[in-house]
Design a protein around this ligand. Structure first.
Ligand SMILES: Nc1nc2c(c(=O)[nH]1)N[C@H]1C(S)=C(S)[C@@H](COP(=O)(O)O)O[C@H]1N2
Ligand SMILES: [Mo]
Length: 434
């Protein structure tokens, strides 16, 4: 099934892995905390935003997700296994004032980790490129290497782009359609927009000697192997077709104007605009460039559509995200009767800029247009608001529905797929008017 070349460099990163932890009789949680503290001393530029010096040693600091380095205050995040979901009600303070602009601050950005955040030393790290799609076909043992300084010397580019998990919205398969699906039960907080700076992957590939024969590239993460259901799937890695790699993919080393932090891929990650989050490999250690199609469990077993409506081996590997909307409001929020409220939300699509957003405050019977603000970009979300004056107390269901410039819109019901990927149907948002 899996005929790829293994690209793991065993000697490369310092990781907060379970192996070392168990060998020393220290549990993984304490080890990560210790390594994090050491990292904060050794690499202040990377670790400063994640752990304040005074807090690193404090045993009582709760870590709701042990594999994540940054603090996860309950007002901002919902812990979900190895991941942390961003709360949409954290976009506004108690008075309804906006506290988040176009970009989500790094400390509030959702985290999706298959295992745990590795601490990679930026001084000894290098990106290793090899394979049959490069001039001279360098091998994994003798790759073309770029250190962080080498990458910074290449022309840099800044983009605004969303990262969104393919499973974002998965919980609505069960809650709205009565279809149980396995996997992280995200509501709508498995998404975030940031400004990314780095070097275009096309630039790096060309500098490494890209040939016209290249078909696929395979970036591999330096995080610990992903083990599930008794199977070791190896390090997180997913092939990317050369056309997308050369189009708009960024090898990012900055997020919102600061060096990447450990949880978001330091020292460098891919940002693959419009595509499922798994394409945006964090902590990239190597990239194979091949003159033939490449495979890993992440484009064969995972991140394809499976189910009665799909071929036996699954649909094509997932690429673009679907259209979605979210209100900057808690589920079950209370609003005063007989008063004018301004409801805020954001809409996005993995295919094109959002063209229209409609909102219903009566459970989907009537719809009106929301007012966009702050511009609309293909790789980013569109912010909007709508005014609503509910006269009578009671329970209401808010709905928002977006359409992008290609005409993609949100259905009432999402066709089932076994893993619950790409839930794009209109989401009912309950509120209580008091
Ligand atoms: N190496 C590596 N890269 C990874 C992952 C991972 O677990 N390991 N998770 C992927 C998934 S599924 C998503 S949705 C995004 C999440 O990026 P974030 O944690 O910065 O929000 O990273 C992707 N890149
Ligand atoms: Mo994801």
């Amino acid at each position: 099934m899996d005929d790829e070349v293994r690209t793991r460099n065993e000697s490369a990163p310092k990781q907060a892995t379970g192996h070392e932890a168990r060998a020393d009789g220290v549990d993984r949680r304490s080890l990560l905390r210790m390594v994090s503290a050491a990292g904060a001393l050794a690499a202040p530029a990377l670790a400063a935003p994640t752990l304040a010096p005074g807090r690193a040693a404090a045993e009582e600091v709760p870590r709701p997700v042990p594999g994540i380095v940054k603090p996860l205050p309950a007002e901002w995040f919902v812990p979900r296994g190895t991941n942390a979901e961003m709360r949409w009600d954290a976009f506004r303070d108690a008075d309804g004032e906006s506290v988040i602009g176009r970009h989500v601050p790094v400390e509030r950005f959702f985290v999706r980790n298959h295992t745990s955040t590795p601490l990679v030393d930026p001084d000894t790290w290098s990106l290793k490129l090899f394979g049959s799609g490069l001039r001279g076909a360098p091998t994994v043992q003798d790759p073309v290497e770029f250190g962080l300084d080498d990458l910074r010397e290449l022309p840099s580019t800044r983009i605004s782009a969303l990262i969104e998990c393919a499973g974002n919205g998965r919980s609505y398969f069960l809650s709205q359609q009565n279809q149980p699906v396995p996997g992280t039960p995200w509501t709508l907080g498995g998404v975030g927009s940031a400004s990314w700076r780095g070097v275009r992957l096309a630039e790096v590939l060309r500098a490494a000697g890209l040939t016209g024969a290249a078909v696929d590239v395979l970036p591999t993460g330096l995080d610990p192997d992903y083990v599930a259901g008794g199977t070791n799937y190896g390090p997180v890695r997913r092939p990317l077709p050369i056309a997308k790699a050369l189009d708009d993919v960024l090898l990012a080393y900055e997020m919102n104007g600061e060096p990447l932090t450990p949880d978001h891929g330091a020292p460098a990650r891919l940002v693959v605009p419009g595509w499922v989050g798994i394409a945006s490999i964090k902590w990239v250690g190597s990239i194979e460039v091949a003159d033939r199609p490449l495979y890993s469990p992440w484009n064969t077993d995972f991140y394809r559509m499976f189910g009665p409506d799909y071929p036996t081996g699954g649909g094509e590997p997932l690429a673009n995200q679907v259209v979605k909307c979210a209100f900057e409001l808690a589920a079950g929020a209370q609003l005063g009767a007989g008063r004018e409220h301004r409801l805020y939300g954001r809409s996005w699509s993995g295919t094109a800029a959002v063209r229209r957003v409609e909102v219903s405050t009566d459970g989907g019977r009537t719809w009106r247009s929301a007012e966009p603000y702050g511009g609309s970009h293909a790789d980013d979300w569109t912010r909007w608001s709508v005014d609503w004056r509910p006269e009578r107390p009671g329970r209401y269901e808010l709905r928002a529905r977006a359409t992008d410039r290609r005409g993609n819109t949100q259905p009432e019901r999402e066709p089932f797929n076994r893993e619950g990927y790409l839930f794009g149907a209109v989401v009912a948002h309950p509120v209580t008017v008091v």
